[in-house]
Design a protein around this ligand. Sequence first.
Ligand code: AMP
Ligand code: MG
Length: 348
Amino acid sequence: MSFKYLCISALLISCTGLLCSCSSPLSSSVTESGSDAQNLDVFAMNTYMSMKAYGDNAQKALDDSRELIMRLESELSVTDEGSCIYELNKNGKGTVTDSAAVLINKAVEIGDRTGGALDISLYPVLKEWGFTTEDYHIPDDKILADLLSDVDYKSISISGNEVTLPENVQIDLGALAKGYTSDSIMEQMSADGVDSAIVSLGGNVQAIGGKPDGSAWKVSVRDPFAPDTDMCIVEIKDKAVITSGNYERFFTGDDGKNYWHIIDPADGYPADNGLVSTTIIGDSGLECDALSTAFFVAGKDKAVDYWRSDRSFDMILVSDDRKIYYTEGIADSFKNISSMEAEVLRLD
Ligand code: AMP
Ligand code: MG
């Protein structure tokens, strides 16, 4: 099996889906460009995950990573009875795991830094839309307004591992859990002695080092207007490439309009502030995941202001009028393979 690009695309997802559906174990071994690569595909966190590692310790690193993914899923899932998040939402207070505490603190921090665009207390609103159960419908205005009146991540109280939520407040870490998971996989694989690996968790990509020959990984980003095709390619080493898009999970309402899973805390409706896809490229999967969701909500101008004041990451934004904007840090490796116009964003 040849992986020219590790795609943020349906191609990879359907590819791993095929592997997962066969009766053989989840791992397989391939030889690529003369190097031994070990692959492992897992379905977890409601998504297909595909991992590839090189070197003598690759198989152990992948096995450890699978265990890690399963542990994090059982801790962080909002729907699994017994997860600390499920218990917290049920009881309004609880002791969460160290991982959950890191995620809650990061979500609050990014909520503050994005003017509330990221708000993990939207969970009751997401449930009302049916995004958690796939029983989709457009909520009644009054019900939505009632639910929205309790949404406020600032009302979450966290001290160490102890968390308290006011009445009617429930949280969901879906906006940043996969980024945290890919960070954790990178740490696990490095501890196992791997220095060349790449993972895609439902299209969110993160890599250790470059390819075994020292060259950069080529990662493609999906075209939000044609999600079966790729829009652009970037080259990375030791980075995460994390995308939020309106095409990832949506339904078509009785009114013929599409409604997607990223909600604007301002009105409780799918965020529609001019962007259809946001990709963040940086060192921390957790930070990239949180920002990709937050920028999708905040829109292009706020995303660019944030980037100019922070400078620790790069990004690729796609606007609803079919334009690509990418930041100057990736200008040398960015390759536009779509028919859309692409404009580079400069720091000054
Ligand atoms: P992502 O695919 O990383 O952009 O995350 C999308 C997921 O985050 C959704 O499926 C919801 O579980 C959750 N979510 C949606 N809107 C928001 C928001 N404004 N703030 C925080 N979490 C959100
Ligand atoms: Mg995200």
